[in-house]
Design a protein around this ligand. Structure first.
Ligand SMILES: *Cc1c(COP(=O)(O)O)cnc(C)c1O
Length: 356
C-alpha cells in the first residue's frame, strides 16, 4: 500500500520551553490515518495535517467501546539522531489486542514503516532536552454508524505524536501506591492482556479513590479472589525479596504484557539476577515486609520506564519500602533502559530502531 501525503502549509511553532512540555498535551503537525472496511481491507493510508476528525454520532466505538491502542516513544540521541525502542513489539501486541476485541489484523511491517515515515516528517518535533521524548500513540477504533451490538465493519487506524518532557524532572522519585480492595481491573477470561480503552475506563473509580487518599496509583489484585497481585494499571510491578526479583506471571491473561516488563526481565537475567514470574499474593508481600525481606518494589512502563515504589498501602497497613529511597536494581534498570533508549549505551539486545 502506498502512503498519500498531504502536508500542512502552516506548521505550528515548536514549544520554546521544553521544560513545560508535560505529557500528552501538545501534538505535532501531522498524523497518520488509514481506513478499514469489510471486503475492502485496510486502505487509503495517508499522512495529513493533525486535526479534528468527523465521526457519525452512531459510530460504534462511542457506544460499545471497541477500541485498542499502543504507546511507545522516539528518542533523540546526543548526536541528534532519532531512534525508537522495540516498535515491532508494539505492533505485534496491537494485533494480539485486535484479536481479543474482534478488530481486523494490521500489517505490522507496514505500520512500522508508516510510523517511521510520520516521524521523519515530524523529526523537528522530537525534543532535545535531557530525558524528553516524542510519545507515539497508535490506535484503532470502530466507526461503523450502527447502534447495535456486533463487531464493526469499519475502522480507523491512526497514529498521533506528542512531544513530552522528562517524566522525572527532579530525578527518579519513589511513588505512593494503594492496594485496591473494592474494585477489580480484569477478570479471568476478560480483556486484561489487551491494550484497550475499556480496561482504563473501569480503573478510574479506583484511581480516583487512591488520589483522594493522597496515593498516586493503584495496585490491582486479581479479579477472582482479590488476593494475587496483578499490576499498576499503566505499569507492571516487580518485587525484590531476598535477592530474588519476582513479578506476576502473564499466564492468568489478566495482566498486560508490558514491553518494559519484558525488557527489564531480559536485562536483569543478563546481569545474573534471579528473576521469577509467578503468582504472588498480597499476604506474601505483607509477610515478607514484616520479616524485613522486601528490598525493593518498582513498576515498569513506557512513560516512566522505572517507578520505584516508596509506600504501599494495604488496608490499614502502610509499608515503607527501602526507606522511601531508590533501590539498587531500580536504578540499574533505569540507567540501562534509558541508556539504550537514548543511545548512551550500546544496543546489546538489538532493541533500537534508528529513524533514517
Ligand atoms: C501499556 C501498559 C503497561 C506498560 O506496558 P509497556 O509496554 O511497558 O509500556 C502496563 N499495564 C497496562 C495496563 C498498560 O496498558
Amino acid at each position: 500500500m502506498e502512503i498519500r501525503y498531504d502536508l500542512t502549509k502552516n506548521p505550528k511553532a515548536k514549544p520554546a520551553d521544553e521544560s513545560q512540555l508535560g505529557f500528552g498535551k501538545i501534538f505535532t503537525d501531522h498524523m497518520f490515518i488509514m481506513d478499514y472496511e469489510t471486503g475492502k481491507g485496510w486502505h487509503d493510508a495517508r499522512i495529513v495535517p493533525f486535526g479534528d476528525i468527523s465521526l457519525s454520532p452512531a459510530a460504534m466505538c462511542l457506544h460499545y467501546g471497541q477500541e485498542i491502542f499502543e504507546g511507545l516513544k522516539a528518542y533523540r540521541t546526543k548526536d541528534g539522531n532519532i531512534q525508537m525502542f522495540r516498535p515491532d513489539e508494539n505492533f505485534k501486541r496491537m494485533n494480539v489486542s485486535a484479536e481479543r476485541m474482534v478488530i481486523p489484523q494490521i500489517d505490522e511491517k507496514f505500520c512500522e514503516k508508516a510510523l517511521e515515515e510520520l516521524i521523519k516528517i515530524e523529526k523537528d518535533w522530537v525534543p532535545h532536552s535531557e530525558g524528553s521524548s516524542l510519545y507515539i500513540r497508535p490506535f484503532i477504533f470502530a466507526c461503523d454508524p450502527f447502534v447495535g451490538v456486533r463487531p464493526s465493519d469499519k475502522y480507523m487506524f491512526m497514529i498521533i505524536l506528542s512531544p513530552s518532557g522528562a517524566y522525572y524532572s527532579t530525578g527518579l522519585n519513589p511513588v505512593k501506591i494503594y492496594v485496591e480492595q473494592k474494585y477489580v481491573r480484569a477478570v479471568r477470561g476478560g480483556t486484561g492482556f489487551a491494550k484497550t480503552a475499556a480496561n482504563y475506563a473501569i480503573s478510574l473509580a479506583g484511581q480516583d479513590e487512591a488520589h483522594k487518599q493522597d496515593y498516586e496509583q493503584v495496585l490491582w489484585l486479581d479479579g477472582v479472589e482479590q488476593k494475587y497481585i496483578e499490576e499498576v494499571g499503566a505499569m507492571n510491578i516487580f518485587f525484590v525479596i531476598d535477592n530474588e526479583i519476582i513479578t506476576p506471571s502473564l499466564l492468568t491473561g489478566s495482566v498486560l504484557p508490558g514491553i518494559t516488563r519484558k525488557s527489564a526481565i531480559e536485562v536483569c537475567k543478563s546481569k545474573g539476577y534471579k528473576v521469577t514470574e509467578r503468582k504472588i499474593s498480597i499476604d506474601e508481600i505483607a509477610e515478607a515486609y514484616n520479616a524485613g525481606k522486601i528490598q525493593e518494589i518498582f513498576g515498569t512502563g513506557t512513560a516512566a520506564v522505572i517507578s520505584p515504589v516508596g509506600h504501599l498501602k494495604w488496608g490499614d497497613m502502610i509499608m515503607t519500602i527501602n526507606n522511601n529511597e531508590i533501590g539498587e536494581i531500580s536504578q540499574m534498570l533505569y540507567d540501562t533502559l534509558t541508556g539504550i533508549q537514548f543511545g548512551k549505551l550500546p544496543d546489546e539486545f538489538g532493541w533500537v530502531f534508528p529513524v533514517k
